[in-house]
Design a protein around this ligand. Sequence first.
Ligand code: A2P
Length: 275
Amino acid sequence: MNAPAKTEEFAVAQAPAKIPDGVYAETVLAVEHYTDRLFRFRMTRPAGFRFRSGEFAMIGLMVGDKPVYRAYSIASPAWDEELEFFSIKVPDGPLTSHLQLIKPGDTVLMRKKPTGTLVLDALTPGKRLYMFSTGTGIAPFASLIRDPETYEKFEEVILTHTCRDVAELKYGLDLVEEIRNHEFLAEIVGDKLKHYPTVTREEFSHKGRITDLIESAKLFSDLGVPALDPAVDRGMICGSTAMLKDTKDLLEKAGLVEGSNNKPGEFVIERAFVG
Ligand code: A2P
């Protein structure tokens, strides 16, 4: 009698996978796709979940009966009631090939402990804070530029965002627009925030890799600020491994020293995670 056994097997396969113990299971609230490579999503924030703006968390999905996690910078600020993430879509990525299909109402997993070095506490006091980002590396800065503490600690905040093409800049452009129109952030931020978007593979008002723009000093002349000075300038870098290395070399050449949570310094770095 094969028929009943088959029905039973079918029922087991269709049952929702058990959520692992000790992780948060949150509900997707909104999803926005920017290009065929980039999207953002917002989800509920667990009541007990605390993090510092700029940190990352392990985000996951049940794939079959197993959880798959990747590190994701939290793009929303520490005060926000919801959590936001900005993600790449990797066609065969173990997580992102599934994550890019999520819809409002779906469940996303999150491990309980956030961590990271792109936090204000890892920097010594300064006057001007540079945030250098490429691609989804803008995510931790999306958190920090929406945190009032950033503007308490720095007189000027410069966010650079370099992408291949103009469509990939949209997340950052929308974000800065949102801040300028925000009911309480607009006043706190005032004219302290400068956004410097550039692209490398298309025509745009600002063109080129951020490393070339630092080396040629075009970044500084465009912004009307002096060259990098370890006495007043602080930096945070988030991008691909190659971008981190090249940007770090330039900051070190200008005399800035790398810091960490245990030993605050003049700049900090973190990989933009993919997968
Ligand atoms: P490019 O178009 O010249 O490669 P990706 O989407 O591949 O992560 O790249 C995001 C942006 O980072 C692109 O504009 C890319 O420029 C730039 N980029 C890639 N490698 C470096 C690097 N070593 N230093 C600075 N920028 C880089």
